[in-house]
Design a protein around this ligand. Structure first.
Ligand code: XMP
Length: 321
């Protein structure tokens, strides 16, 4: 019978048999899958695991801290953090095209991760790489086992030939809700286990226009309010994802106090979905939408207008870029 405890015991035995006394590395993204995969491997082989977290500066408010503090505190995992915000923002400077943004972020990510993996390898002689591949990913990619391949959620190519690791994929037979159950059983913070899916390129593809630090901060502030109010209303589980999008190149006239404003709109894009292939706009209660709108326009000075996206997928996509 399927219980989180059975699966954990099973996987721990399998991982121990595969890894033996060798060293393992795992990249953490801030998402559920890599967090649970790493926690399982840590339970199996403890200190033989080193995790790497590349902070590209494109995460939402508090997410990097959750990985660096709460996750580490709850698991005891050894974590190497690479602060790469400046590097990513430098590479993204002035870039407006969505696919170009993705390419740049994917390329920088693999370079930074590779450099970190080389350092860990030099210290510890790493043989294995953990990937948080889920069953739907296995089916989608034709079911084969790969060699080291940082597909994760960045959809970029593998590591170079001279840096080859064998893969450990403890979530290969599981669905997302099962992974969440394992994560909870392993004692991971609820904020990580219950997190909505989040794209690898992060907030960069939720800023329509070029990305910079100030725009990211504006979007992070608006996004945090939307998340807080969704949670306060008890609606996290009703929504698949809730992108908040900053239309950074659009301005509209508004009025506040006795002054005219000329600020930016943000778009609320809450969607319901089973698998992200199709989606519908979530019918959030209007009082929740109203609260989010009031708070964002009051608390984020750069934003003077909040709009609700009422497009299904298709024809819209979930993300705006
Ligand atoms: P769309 O916008 O195509 O998104 O309806 C479908 C799902 O994929 C996520 N998404 C991405 N995930 N890298 C990712 O890792 C990406 O470049 C990317 N683009 C979209 C999106 O958040 C949704 O869950």
């Amino acid at each position: 019978t399927w219980t989180p405890t059975n699966i954990i015991d099973d996987q721990v035995a399998t991982i121990r048999a595969q890894v033996g006394d060798k060293q393992v590395i795992c990249g953490l993204s801030g998402g559920v899958d890599s967090a649970v995969a790493a926690a399982l491997v840590h339970k199996a082989v403890g200190d033989q695991l080193t995790c790497v977290f590349v902070d590209h500066g494109l995460l939402r408010a508090g997410e990097a801290e959750q990985v660096e503090k709460d996750y580490v505190a709850s698991t005891g995992i050894r974590l190497k953090v690479v602060e790469a915000e400046e590097r990513f923002l430098g590479a993204l400077k002035g870039v407006e095209d969505p696919e170009q943004k993705r390419k740049i972020i994917g390329r920088e990510f693999i370079r930074v991760f590779e450099a970190a993996a080389r350092e860990v390898d030099a210290e510890r002689n790493v043989e294995f790489l953990v990937q948080g591949t889920l069953y739907p990913d296995v089916v989608e990619s034709g079911g084969g086992t790969g060699t080291a391949n940082i597909k994760s959620h960045h959809n970029v190519g593998g590591l170079p030939d001279d840096l080859q690791f064998s893969l450990v994929e403890p979530l290969r037979t599981l669905f997302k809700d099962e992974v969440r159950a394992l994560g909870a059983e392993l004692g991971l913070p609820a904020e990580i286990v219950q997190r909505h899916p989040f794209p690898g390129p992060g907030l960069a593809i939720r800023i329509i226009g070029a990305v910079d630090r100030h725009r990211l901060d504006v979007l992070r502030a608006a996004d945090l309010i939307a998340r807080e109010e969704l949670t306060a209303a008890g609606l996290d589980g009703d929504v698949w994802q809730f992108p908040v999008v900053l239309l950074a190149d659009v301005r509209s006239v508004g009025v506040q106090g006795d002054g005219r404003t000329y600020g930016h709109p943000v778009v609320l894009r809450p969607v319901s979905s089973e698998d992200a292939m199709t989606a519908d706009w979530s019918r959030l209660p209007y009082d929740v939408v109203a609260k989010i709108s009031t708070r964002i326009t009051n608390e984020v000075p750069e934003v003077n207008r909040v709009v609700l996206d009422v497009t299904s997928k298709p024809p819209g996509t979930i993300e705006w870029e």
